[in-house]
Design a protein around this ligand. Sequence first.
Ligand SMILES: Cc1cc2nc3c(=O)[nH]c(=O)nc-3n(C[C@H](O)[C@H](O)[C@H](O)COP(=O)(O)O)c2cc1C
Length: 161
Amino acid sequence: MSILIVYDSIFGNTGQIAKAMAEELSRTHQTRLASVQEARDLDLSDVELLIVGSPTRGFRPTPAIQEFACRPDLSGRAAAFDTRLDLETIEPAPLRWVIGAGGYAAERLHRELSEHGCTMVGDTAGFVVLGQEGPLKDNEIERAASWARGLVDAPTMEGRA
Ligand SMILES: Cc1cc2nc3c(=O)[nH]c(=O)nc-3n(C[C@H](O)[C@H](O)[C@H](O)COP(=O)(O)O)c2cc1C
């Protein structure tokens, strides 16, 4: 299977997650990793599984990733992930409610990719950072590798009961 992982990252955490996924998947599949800037010029026609990730900023993906998710040449299987703050640690509590209720980048990305020609596989994933600039919470790298591995054989969302 030909896999492409495209990510944006301001402070490097989403990049670390994307790299961990690429390392895991490249053991068994032809896998490319590209920043959203690098992905602009890539031909996507041979991509069989597209994984797209963004930091959550203001409840949504970065503008560059949102632009990528609207490319007219998207098709095939795809999945979305994000990085986000640890809800449990946000103070005061009303702010925690606002951030939780506002939603996350992966959900929006999932919708955009689906509306622009992709067949979505698996569930979205959110990986937690301990502060705005990171670091990643313990075990998020391992969880990312495991989530990515699960996408390879995951049913499409349409095929689920
Ligand atoms: C301007 C700004 C807005 C943010 N908005 C949210 C948000 O709405 N929800 C959330 O969970 N985290 C939010 N965060 C935290 C980011 O998700 C965090 O900085 C990001 O996951 C780090 O990823 P990166 O290192 O790849 O840039 C925000 C951070 C910044 C700087």
